[in-house]
Design a protein around this ligand. Structure first.
Ligand code: ARG
Ligand code: ZN
Length: 874
């Protein structure tokens, strides 16, 4: 049941062309497939059987070189179609019957609000027809779609449309041809009654590309932002990576029911509606930014994923890590680089570090898996992106670009490995990355323990850095990794000091990237006039934890003086963490360090600081992050401690908050720029804090903002503030009004569900059960499931970790319920329970029982089985 990287064998047969004909009906679909197959000259096997993958298929017929096969000529094992003896080169025609209307797993071909669509990555194509469903089999696809003309006027697939026409019985067809060989996971089909939005993009070589978005008619006005993002992405990839688009058409389709965010199918990207549709009235600033990033991500896959693809699924991070790195560079260029870095690091340190420290920990290139869908993880995506970022740091931008050029040129049209990627970087730069490759092989988050001493007489500052990598399931005694460690030193006047190493002759820089390769290093900096404050791991130059005995004075100093914006923010976070941690479990009247209040007062009142950075610095570390840092977490205690700090700050800064709110009033028209986003974020933070302390002026401001807002960021900011307040009547009223206004817009209803489910006031378990019974809730729609159940278990942590265990039992029940209909979603929902070892015994034992309940369900899917068994064992 477990698949190992070490078992990899090249495919015995290759497929040159795939000819598909889909007959789409209301009660099912017939799929005619003709494959041109030949023996793989690189395969060592002599006369191997032909083995094709299949899943939930009704096999209607098989023909070899035009001759129908009888049932004795092949073996239909359900998950595999095996033909014992086949010629060197032949054509195979297979007809299968499938039922997209009953496909609740949302893998393969399925129906979503009346339209047909597909999701084939990773192994969904086998739910459509029998095929060697592995990414190193690349073929040219030709696809003919036939359907009722009235219900499905739009028929789409990959590549260029080459033929269309009418058929009998009010049906029509359309034929698409994709000139680029591709693995079947990049296949896509869409059929529906959709409106088309068009635009064009002229490439660097002067070709005009036809850009098209297809959405349901009610969403016609929500396409502009995605279309603009697409054009910016296309330009950026030409300018920064020299990558030009290759087909004449690029299409984006929005569907409501989708397991993930979006999918990079060749020339036909399919998006979860919530990751592509936006308007000022219905989408928050965060949604605007997320859409821009996801549109870019999927577009960038055209080169990092499609033109150069993965040899096998162990190499998933080859395309995902690299593409996340590319999209984060793009977002940094489009907005505020410091803010983007803070957001990425927050996600990494909160969620990826938790994954790396839990039972599902795996390397960026895993060595084994049971169900590949479970490996679309933060480690593959986010840590994978950090690994590519470190290569970028070690090589510098010019050599990195040389490396990516070589990679794309050398491997165009191939299915390759992460090792091939690193080799291209080595060959282009002349750098030796052999030790660096351990980042792909070893799981776990390295810990750097830093100590320092200052020798006043000699003017020498000595920094010692020790590296350890914790054990993870199946991996112990790890080797030291190659870590780029960026740092600076600040003098007592707050000025950056030159970092002079003994070996230096020329002018010393004020920031350096030290390269750690051994278990312990000591660095000596010379000509240091007085004891400096170190600014460590600037811009988070490696995905590691840093332990250093910072004093609160040092952190306050860095908050005020560090020229690295990221480390300013980080110093503020460390200070707040320290203050909150000291309060956990202490009496309610325990004192709170007044220096924290003054630091925050400075942030709120200082209008000279970068307001985008200020907006981020004002966010206290999340409960999830505090849990991640804890040894044995007592969530309700963490929650109370954090709330106490928030309330204390809000009370002490009450007048400054009101003034800040007034100062940030919008003057001009709505725009989504870093400055405007920062203004709205500051104002809404101020509002949220005022309502935390039941301030009546705050309440009036919130009610007014809710009624007058011309955009969703402000409307949601006011709603969230009221929902999290003690003004119960206002909360009810605000929620009801909001729902009445937006009930016909699923993406907004999802936000409405989520703001309640994530709130400790409005999201107690009985409230959650009511949300599940709400007419707008839909068990078949992953977004609704995530917005209620996911928000509750992932964000409403004090309620989820109710000491009576009710939150855990609830989650286990929902996982069991979803396991039959949508195993991918069910397996994702288990995640909070998998962290059970992180929590104090009273909690962890009940979390364990919840996992056992799931384990004991009849007919558990492979997806949930893997997660639950590894969690209980690891
Ligand atoms: N390749 C897609 C993306 O990241 C994600 C597809 C996820 N599919 C899955 N079955 N988990 O852009
Ligand atoms: Zn991706």
């Amino acid at each position: 049941q477990t698949i190992y990287l070490s078992d990899y064998k090249v495919p015995a047969y290759l497929v040159d062309t795939v000819d598909l004909r889909f007959e789409l009906f209301e009660d099912g679909a017939r799929v005619h497939s003709t494959l041109a197959i030949r023996r793989n000259p690189d395969s060592q096997e002599s006369a191997p059987p032909l083995e094709l993958d299949g899943d939930s298929l009704v096999l209607e017929s098989v023909a070899l070189d035009g001759t129908a096969l009888s049932e004795s000529d092949y073996e239909n094992r359900g998950e595999q179609l095996v033909i014992r003896s086949v010629p060197e080169r032949f054509s195979l025609s297979v007809v299968t019957w499938i039922e997209p209307q009953n496909n609740t797993r949302l893998e393969g071909l399925y129906k979503s609000s009346g339209m047909f669509c597909t999701q084939c990555e990773a192994e969904g194509f086998r739910c459509i027809t029998f095929f060697p469903d592995r990414p190193d089999v690349m073929a040219r696809f030709r696809t003919r779609i036939e359907a009722d003309q009235k219900a499905y006027p739009v028929l789409l697939s990959n590549g260029n449309d080459v033929d269309r026409g009418e058929l009998d019985d009010g049906r029509h067809f359309m034929t698409w041809e994709d000139p680029f060989p591709k693995p079947c996971y990049l296949f896509a089909l869409v059929a529906g009654d959709l409106v088309e939005k068009r635009d064009t993009f002229t490439t660097c070589s002067g070709r005009d590309i036809d850009l098209r978005m297809y959405v349901e008619p009610r969403n016609a006005e929500k396409c502009d932002h995605a279309m603009d993002s697409l054009k910016r992405s296309m330009r950026w990839d030409e300018e920064v990576y020299g990558r030009e688009y290759d087909l004449d058409i690029f299409m984006i389709v929005a569907v409501d029911d989708f397991n993930m965010g979006a999918m990079e199918n060749k020339g036909l990207n399919i998006f979860n509606s919530s990751c592509v549709l936006a308007s000022q009235e219905t989408a928050t600033d965060m949604a605007f930014q997320r859409i821009e990033a996801i549109v870019a991500h999927e577009y960038f896959h055209n080169w990092s994923g499609n033109r150069v693809t993965c040899r096998d699924w162990f190499q998933l991070s080859l395309k995902e890590g690299f593409t996340v790195f590319r999209d984060s560079q793009f977002s940094a260029d489009m907005g505020s680089p410091t803010v983007k870095r803070i957001e990425d690091v927050t996600l990494l340190r909160t969620a990826q570090f938790a994954e790396d420290g839990g039972p599902m920990a795996h390397p960026v290139r895993p060595a084994s898996y049971m169900e590949i869908s479970n490996f679309y993880t933060l480690t593959i995506y986010e840590k994978g992106a950090e690994v590519v970022r470190m290569i970028h740091t070690l090589l510098g931008p010019e050599l990195f670009r040389k490396g990516s050029d070589l990679y794309f040129q050398r491997h165009d049209g191939q299915a390759v490995t992460t090792d091939d990627f690193v080799r291209a970087m080595e060959d282009a730069s002349g750098r030796d990355l052999s030790q660096f490759r351990l980042w792909y092989e070893q799981a776990g988050t390295p810990m750097l323990t830093v100590s320092d001493e200052f020798d006043e007489g000699q003017g020498v500052y000595r920094l010692t850095i020790e590296q350890t990598i914790p054990d993870t399931p199946g991996q112990t005694n790890k080797k030291p990794q190659h870590i780029p460690f960026a740092l600076g030193l600040l003098g007592s006047d707050g000025q950056p000091l030159p970092l002079r190493l003994a070996s230096d002759e020329a002018e010393a820089p004020t920031e350096r990237v030290l390269e750690l390769t051994e278990g312990v290093h000591t660095f000596e900096f010379h000509d240091i006039p007085s004891e400096p404050v170190p600014s460590l791991l600037r811009h988070f130059s490696a995905p590691v934890r840093v332990r250093y005995p910072w004093t609160r004075e040092q952190l306050l100093f860095l908050m005020n003086h560090d020229p690295d914006g990221f480390n300013r923010w980080d110093a503020g976070q460390r200070l707040a963490v320290d203050v909150i941690q000291r309060l956990i479990g202490s009496p309610d009247d325990a004192a709170i360090d007044p220096r924290l209040v003054e630091a925050y007062r400075k942030l709120i009142t200082d209008t000279d600081l970068d307001q985008a950075l200020v907006a981020k610095m004002l966010q206290l570390p999340s409960e999830a992050y505090l849990i991640e840092l804890a040894e044995s977490a007592d969530v309700p205690a963490i929650h109370r401690a954090r709330e106490r700090v928030l309330e204390h700050l809000a009370e002490a800064l009450r007048d400054d908050l009101v003034a800040c709110y007034q100062r940030q009033q919008e003057t001009g028209p709505y725009e989504v720029t870093p400055a405007a986003i920062a203004r709205r974020s500051l104002r809404n933070t101020a509002l949220g804090w005022l309502l935390m302390i039941n301030d009546d002026e705050g309440r009036a401001l919130a009610v007014r903002q809710l009624n007058e807002a011309d955009n969703m960021t402000d409307r949601m900011g006011a709603l969230r503030a009221l929902v999290n307040s003690d003004y119960e009547a206002d909360r009810r009223q605000a929620l009801d009004d909001f729902y009445d206004r937006f009930r016909d817009d699923p993406q907004v209803v999802e936000q409405w569900f989520s703001v309640q489910a994530a709130s400790d006031r409005a999201g107690q378990l009985s409230d959650i059960e009511q949300l599940l019974a709400h007419p707008a809730f839909d068990w078949k729609n992953p977004n609704k499931i995530r917005s209620v159940i996911g928000s509750f278990a992932g964000q409403n942590l004090a309620a989820f970790h109710n000491p009576d265990g009710s939150g855990y039992r609830f989650l286990a029940d929902q996982v069991c319920r979803l396991d039959d209909s949508n195993p991918q979603i069910a397996a994702r929902l288990v995640t909070p329970l998998t962290r059970w070892r992180k929590f104090a015994p009273a909690y962890s034992s009940q979390m364990q029982s919840a996992l056992e309940r799931i384990r004991d369900k009849d007919g558990l899917s492979r997806d949930v089985y893997e997660v639950v068994h590894k969690s209980l064992a690891g």
